[in-house]
Design a protein around this ligand. Structure first.
Ligand code: 5RP
Length: 239
């Protein structure tokens, strides 16, 4: 038998997971729309379903990026401030562990992303298999958003908790990256996170910290695409 090996790029895998996740969205749903490159594929697929199959949904975007793309894709939107509950939310992640705890915020949208995830009856993380880790926080930082008067004291507290905080700066602007909500972003690298629930609580107790990208106990499941000989296999993991 002539077997053909299909080489999948990481973006192909993101797209495979994204399409499978977007196809879980049902008619009539109010859906949280996450941010990042995986979510670009989710939004494009939802847009196709709205256009070609008459899917009736309303999206609630987590960032300027998601908002602009939803409009471009023809997905009707409502703003988070006008909504208290969602049927489903789909979003990407930087790392996910087997308990469903995950790190977000490479795109700096983690505060609104957490609000939207927490409003959803079913919040699913969508990712390629490279994001799956046994132990969170060895590669990616915990991304924190802090109001400016609290920057120095929050930096000290991050260090006390064992982290190495660095203000995020941008290639497109001199100085700090300012989030969609108008606050600076700090990347706090740890040498692994042994107890995600404890760190979550410790971070939440920092005065002036608006939010952070460690998501504990929020995800109902994950849609993960991994490469195999035939291309990609998509698995839905329930937490
Ligand atoms: C943005 C995020 C993203 O969802 C996360 O960084 C994953 O991004 P990508 O899909 O591009 O790998 O949290 O704040």
């Amino acid at each position: 038998m002539n077997r053909q090996l299909v080489i999948m790029t990481s973006d192909d895998l993101k797209k495979a997971a994204a399409y499978a996740a977007a196809d879980l969205v049902a008619d009539g749903m109010l859906v949280g729309l996450g941010s990042g490159s995986t979510l670009v594929h989710v939004l494009r697929r939802l847009g196709e379903r709205v256009r070609d199959s008459g899917l009736r949904i309303v999206g609630v975007p987590t960032s300027y990026q998601a908002r602009a793309l939803a409009i471009e894709c023809g997905i009707p939107i409502r703003e988070a401030m006008d909504v208290s509950e969602l049927d489903m939310a789909l979003d990407g992640a930087d790392e996910i562990d087997p308990a469903g705890n995950h790190l977000k915020g490479a795109g700096g949208a983690q505060v609104i992303e957490k609000i939207i995830a927490s409003m959803a009856r079913r919040y699913l993380v969508v990712a390629d298999g490279s994001k799956w880790v046994e132990h969170l926080g060895r590669k990616h930082p915990v991304v924190a958003e802090v109001v400016t008067p609290a920057l120095a004291s929050a930096m000290r507290r991050f260090r006390e908790l064992g982290g190495r905080p660095v203000m995020r700066t941008s290639g497109g602007k001199l100085g700090p990256v300012i989030s969609d909500l108008g606050n600076p972003i700090v990347d706090v690298q740890f040498d692994g996170i042994d107890d995600p629930a404890r760190l979550d609580a410790e971070l939440n107790a920092i005065p002036g910290l608006v939010g952070h990208g460690l998501f504990v106990g929020l995800a109902a499941g994950a849609v993960i695409a991994r490469a195999d000989e035939a291309g990609a296999t998509v698995e839905i993991v329930e937490f």
